[in-house]
Design a protein around this ligand. Structure first.
Ligand SMILES: Nc1ncnc2c1ncn2[C@@H]1O[C@H](COP(=O)(O)OP(=O)(O)OP(=O)(O)O)[C@@H](O)[C@H]1O
Length: 228
């Protein structure tokens, strides 16, 4: 695979019959951190959904972590998902089981079988997000920031080259947001993981500046200047 983790060219992105984004051209390289901003309803989630195979790319071309979105047989979407990590605002942890079992559930669902290897992998990702001793906690016993760390740990399980994060600090107070941003930048810098993060939080962007894509008037503007 080249250093291009995402390459979208001349893409039109639809929700049903509605054209949401026109002539999208975006390339993201290995280890790059990219923000995705834009007013509510301008297509940030639609773009992310296209990248993780939740919305079919009908027009234009797109490659994500080596998968061709246009020619991809939809049975291959699970394979695409195994090669990228997705982090959401609302954590989406299974509430009936502890952190270890949440992570094991994902490993099993993505084809892992060896218990020892799974336990090692879980210990590794929890260590990476600073939750080494928290594997036996239930989600409801954890703060919002800790739950978001578990969500990030889950995204790291299959050593993805790309993490897509949809407003990962949306439910967090400023201090906890800061910690999550430091963690995401650390993952990006130290493991070479490309990260695309949709956000409305311009304070976060000003504190942690990076390339910014903006959805506006049906287009994606690259390296947009944003005003706070
Ligand atoms: N499942 C759907 N079916 C039909 N239209 C949809 C669907 N999801 C979103 N849309 C429409 O597509 C457009 C883009 O929505 P999208 O969720 O991508 O915007 P967004 O920028 O992510 O918004 P937000 O910041 O509120 O999350 C909106 O007009 C929305 O109403």
């Amino acid at each position: 695979m080249s250093d291009k983790i995402v390459e979208i060219t001349n893409a039109n992105i639809y929700q049903g019959d509605n054209l949401v984004l026109e002539d999208v051209n975006v390339t993201v390289n290995k280890g790059e951190f990219v923000y995705l901003v834009g007013k509510t309803g301008t297509g940030k989630s639609s773009l992310l959904k296209t990248l993780y195979g939740d919305l079919q790319l009908k027009q234009g071309n797109g490659t994500v972590v080596g998968f061709n979105l246009k020619e991809m047989d939809w049975k291959k979407v699970p394979f695409l998902r195994r090669n990228l990590g997705v982090v959401f605002q609302d954590f989406q942890l299974l509430t009936d089981r502890n952190v270890n079992d949440n992570l094991k559930f994902v490993l099993r669902a993505t084809g892992w079988k060896d218990e020892k290897l799974m336990d090692e992998k879980i210990a590794d990702v929890l260590d990476k997000v600073g939750l080494k001793s928290k594997g036996f906690k239930m989600p409801f016993e954890m703060s919002g920031g800790e739950q978001q760390r578990v969500d990030i740990a889950r995204a790291l399980l299959n050593s993805p080259k790309l993490i897509l994060a949809d407003e990962p600090t949306g439910n967090l107070d400023p201090e906890t947001s800061d910690e999550i941003m430091q963690l995401l930048f650390h993952i990006c810098r130290d493991y070479g993981t490309a990260i695309i993060m949709a956000t409305h939080d311009y304070i976060v962007i000003s504190k942690y500046p990076a390339r910014t894509l903006k959805t506006e008037r049906g287009r994606v503007e690259d390296n947009a200047t944003i005003s706070i």
